[in-house]
Every structure is written in structure tokens, then in C-alpha cells.
Design a protein around this ligand. Structure first.
Ligand SMILES: Cc1cc2nc3c(=O)[nH]c(=O)nc-3n(C[C@H](O)[C@H](O)[C@H](O)COP(=O)(O)OP(=O)(O)OC[C@H]3O[C@@H](n4cnc5c(N)ncnc54)[C@H](O)[C@@H]3O)c2cc1C
Length: 411
């Protein structure tokens, strides 16, 4: 059995960022996972990122491997602010970052992590076992796709989660219902419509919410002070979530849980609005009360808050209903690990200290799985800077520094 100091489970933005810092500091690391898998295999072609260019950087020790540097090196269009980042650019950026900084990611999944001899034994799908002093879990959200009842009772031939589709063109000529009101629902519906499907959007909210257009960067200082711009958007609350995960951690538990779930909640990007409004029917203020198969397709019963009801039918339903993290359901954490892992009450998220260490000594968790402790920034690439530098500092005895990207003036 081989031994390393740190085993990182996951090779998305968080895992790749942490590996870059640890490698630079000379730590012996092994990293497992499929690089940028969520972005490459579970998002629709033609999608754009909602986060701004400057807020879509992976974290690297020299701040040299930014999205901007990648776009410059490869002749792609880039603006720190106001120009949506295409999905294929971001996937290629992640792969470039991997090639340059962490080329030894092992493209294999972890099947088991167990405590052994004061450290951990990590089992891989290749049947190899690795001993590690420290394990960092950076597995993102892809294992936690959530389809609510009653849709969850439908077979996948007529109902799928939005993450099941990279090619929405496959629905050309079909009637498709999209359930949800977030960016993923709105953009999936727009892409389906543009690729020749007949789309209906169904949302519980009475009105679809849209983010405002980017604020001018050169606006007068008083305006900037009233509504500062930050990685996750504008306003003081958003500034706090973006820049102060360590302070967020000190808020009362109920506030943290509520903010982690609802802050920066379902809303479409400003550039998406004209591709949705007036393009296809959006039935708002309605929840799905029942669902059944009908003639090779599906029929849904919808209930309004005012007691009204109606039915809709389609060939297929796409549930763009998000993700529900629950680390206790992870197949690679056995009963012994799960029993030592305290979760934030009311969530399946790990309790972590300010260094991202869980209640299992030596086991760290970074990314969306710790949003109820570190805040909504963990749900975004922007949070990788805080997570990667904090954990790397802890594991290297302080040899890693942090510098926060600011909104660049150039467009
Ligand atoms: C449709 C959609 C759009 C989004 N748009 C944005 C956006 O515009 N901007 C933004 O900041 N955020 C966006 N997000 C949020 C995004 O999920 C996070 O920002 C980011 O991906 C989290 O990175 P991560 O490294 O934690 O996890 P992920 O990117 O999810 O990576 C998970 C990694 O874990 C690996 N893994 C999983 N299981 C195992 C295992 N058993 N063994 C080994 N490895 C494993 C995978 O192979 C993968 O490498 C979006 C999310 C979705 C679903």
C-alpha cells in the first residue's frame, strides 16, 4: 500500500485549486476524481456561466492561472465583468489549469475512505489502496441531484433531473415541461426552445426573478459604497457572503442554514431574460400536485396557492430542482466514518472548524457541502480561494497566503 500526506477526493474547481497550492508547497498529494466532471458531463451544451469572469477563477498560488490568463493564451474573448463565460471555455480553462498545475490527477473514483492507524485508508475503483494522513473531500454536488415528489416516482424515460442532459437538442420536436425557477431551469428551457422543442416552464413562485444588469464599474464612490460589487454580486449582504466566510461561520446556526439555502436564491441572469420572456409559456404560482404516465408521455396536475388547479401534458419533464447535499449518503463513507461526522442540524452538511476540518480529525470538507457553515460562497467557484488557501495553510503550517481578486476595471 502506498502512502501520501494528503488525499484529495474530487477534481472540480475546489479540488484542483487545493491541489495546486499543496503541490507548490511541496506536500505529497494524491488526487482522485474526473477533472471538471460536473461541468463537462452534467451541464447543457450552449450554457453560459452566471458568475462574472473575475469571479470564475480557480485559486492558484501565484494568481497566474486565472480565467483571463487562459483566455489570453488561447485567443478567447474575456471580460472581467459583463461578458458571460461560455461553458466550453470554462471546461477548457479547468483542463488547462489541471495540465499546468496538477497534471498528476488520477482519473479514478474513490470507493471507500476509512480511518486506520491514526490516518485513513482510501480505496480506489482500480482496487488500489492508499494510506493518507489527511483526506480532503471536494466532491461538489453531482451526487446529490434532487428530484422532488411526485416527480421522483416517474421513470427516467419521462422525467429526468436537469443534470442528466448535455445535449438538449435531443428533444427537438418534443413537448417538454421544465420545472423550476432558477438559472438552470430558465437556461435549460431557453436552450430547449432554441433547439426546437416545445417548452412549458412551471414555477412555484408567482413571478420569475431576474438579476439586474451589471452596475457600471466607474459609478461615483457614494454609489459604490451604498452597493459594493463583489464575487457573488452587488450589495453589502452579498459582499459579506463573498468575502467573509470565516465571520459567516460565527452567525447563529439557524441563520447560517437559512442563508446558505436562500441567499442568492433562484433568479435568472440579466442576459437570459430576453431568451425566456415571451418566448414560451411560463406557468407561475403552481406546484406539481400529482404526476402520472400517459400514452408514452406524462401528465401533471398543478395546484395554485389560491386553490386553483389545472393539468398539463408533455413527452418529457425535466426537473431543474437543484441539489440537496447529504454527506451521510455518500457511498464511499462507511458507517464508522459517518458516525464520527457531525452534520449541521437540519442539513446533511458537515460541521467544520475554521480550517474546514470536520469532526473526524484529519478529514476536511470543502465546497458546496459546507455552505451551511461557511456560507453561500461555497456554492460558487469564487469560494475556492478561501477554501483552498485556508486548508493549504493549515496543512503546510502557514506557508500559503491569500489574496482576494477584486472587480477589475477593464471590460
Ligand atoms: C448547472 C449549474 C451551473 C452552475 N453555474 C455556476 C456558475 O456560473 N458559477 C459558479 O461559481 N458556480 C456555478 N455552479 C456551482 C458549481 O457546482 C460550483 O461552483 C463548483 O462546481 C463546485 O466545485 P467543486 O470542486 O466543489 O465540485 P464539482 O465541480 O462538482 O467537482 C466534483 C469532483 O468530485 C469528483 N468526485 C465525485 N465523486 C467522487 C468519488 N467517489 N471519487 C473521486 N472523485 C469524485 C468528480 O469527478 C469531480 O471531479 C453551477 C452548478 C450547476 C449545477
Amino acid at each position: 500500500m502506498t502512502t501520501c500526506d494528503v488525499a484529495i477526493v474530487g477534481a472540480g474547481p475546489y479540488g484542483l485549486s487545493l491541489a495546486a497550492h499543496l503541490r507548490k508547497a511541496g506536500v505529497s498529494v494524491r488526487q482522485f476524481g474526473l477533472p471538471m466532471q460536473l461541468w463537462r458531463d452534467f451541464m447543457p451544451e450552449g450554457m453560459f456561466l452566471k458568475s462574472q469572469g473575475f469571479a470564475s477563477n480557480l485559486s492558484d498560488p501565484d494568481h497566474a492561472h486565472t480565467l483571463e490568463a487562459f483566455c489570453k493564451a488561447t485567443g478567447r474573448a474575456y471580460a472581467s465583468y459583463g461578458l458571460p463565460v461560455p461553458l466550453d471555455t470554462f471546461v477548457a480553462y479547468g483542463e488547462w489549469f489541471r495540465d499546468k498545475l496538477v497534471p498528476d490527477v488520477e482519473e479514478v473514483l474513490v470507493t471507500d475512505v476509512a480511518q486506520a492507524g491514526g490516518g485513513f485508508e482510501v480505496s480506489l475503483a482500480s482496487s488500489e489502496q492508499v494510506r493518507a494522513r489527511t483526506v480532503v473531500i471536494a466532491i461538489g454536488v453531482e451526487a446529490f441531484a434532487h428530484v422532488p415528489e411526485p416527480l421522483s416516482a416517474l421513470p427516467s424515460s419521462v422525467c429526468t433531473h436537469s443534470s442528466a442532459h448535455t445535449d438538449l437538442g435531443a428533444f427537438k420536436g418534443q413537448n417538454v415541461i421544465v420545472v423550476g425557477a432558477g438559472q438552470s431551469a430558465l437556461e435549460s428551457a431557453a436552450l430547449l426552445h432554441e433547439k426546437g422543442a416545445s417548452v412549458q416552464l412551471i414555477a412555484r413562485k408567482n413571478k420569475l426573478a431576474w438579476n439586474g444588469p451589471p452596475l457600471p464599474l466607474d459609478r461615483p464612490l457614494p454609489q459604490r459604497l451604498r452597493e459594493p460589487e463583489s464575487g457573488l454580486g452587488s450589495g453589502w449582504a452579498t459582499w459579506f457572503y463573498s468575502n467573509q466566510p470565516g465571520l459567516f461561520r460565527r452567525l447563529p446556526r439557524s441563520t447560517r442554514v437559512q442563508k446558505a439555502r436562500t441567499a442568492l436564491g433562484p433568479a435568472g441572469a440579466t442576459w437570459l431574460r430576453s431568451r425566456v420572456e415571451g418566448q414560451f409559456p411560463a406557468l407561475t404560482g403552481l406546484s406539481v400536485g400529482w404526476a402520472r404516465m400517459e400514452g408514452g408521455g406524462v401528465r401533471l396536475g398543478l395546484a395554485g396557492a389560491d386553490g386553483s388547479s389545472r393539468e398539463v401534458a408533455a413527452d418529457h419533464v425535466i426537473a431543474a430542482t437543484g441539489y440537496r447535499t447529504d454527506l451521510t449518503r455518500l457511498s464511499f463513507l462507511g458507517d464508522q466514518m459517518v458516525s464520527g461526522l457531525r452534520t449541521v442540524a437540519g442539513t446533511g452538511s458537515s460541521v467544520v472548524g475554521r480550517d474546514y476540518q470536520s469532526t473526524v480529525p484529519g478529514l476536511y470538507v470543502i465546497g458546496p457541502a459546507v455552505a451551511p457553515t461557511m456560507g453561500p460562497v461555497m456554492r460558487f467557484v469564487f469560494g475556492s480561494e478561501h477554501a483552498a488557501t485556508t486548508v493549504a495553510r493549515q496543512l503546510t503550517g502557514g506557508a500559503v497566503s491569500r489574496s482576494r481578486p477584486t472587480v477589475a476595471a477593464g471590460r
